[in-house]
Design a protein. Structure first.
Length: 85
């Protein structure tokens, strides 16, 4: 799962990036979970690419549902426009 969106990089440039979850700490019982998203240049091989964008989301997840989908939906609310990768 990933999205493609134009965002401001760590270097202040607006770039189209491939953004995916890099790290997740999942909690239940109404305790925030943390998701770290990282963005990579669209035109490079992701296996060797260095990230140039990072976005952290803290949210309460429904552990009975699809946690990854919930995290990406929250990210989509915070950055726009985007497309599913």
């Amino acid at each position: 799962m990933a999205i493609i969106a134009t965002v401001k990089t760590m270097y202040g440039e607006d770039r189209e990036l491939y953004i995916r979850i890099n790290h997740a700490e999942i909690n239940n019982h109404n305790v925030n979970s943390e998701f770290t998203f990282r963005g990579y240049l669209v035109e490079v091989d992701y296996s060797e690419a260095k990230y140039i964008y990072e976005h952290i989301i803290n949210m309460i997840v429904d552990v009975t549902g699809n946690i990854w989908q919930q995290a990406y939906e929250k990210l989509k609310e915070e950055i726009s426009p985007f497309e599913d990768a």
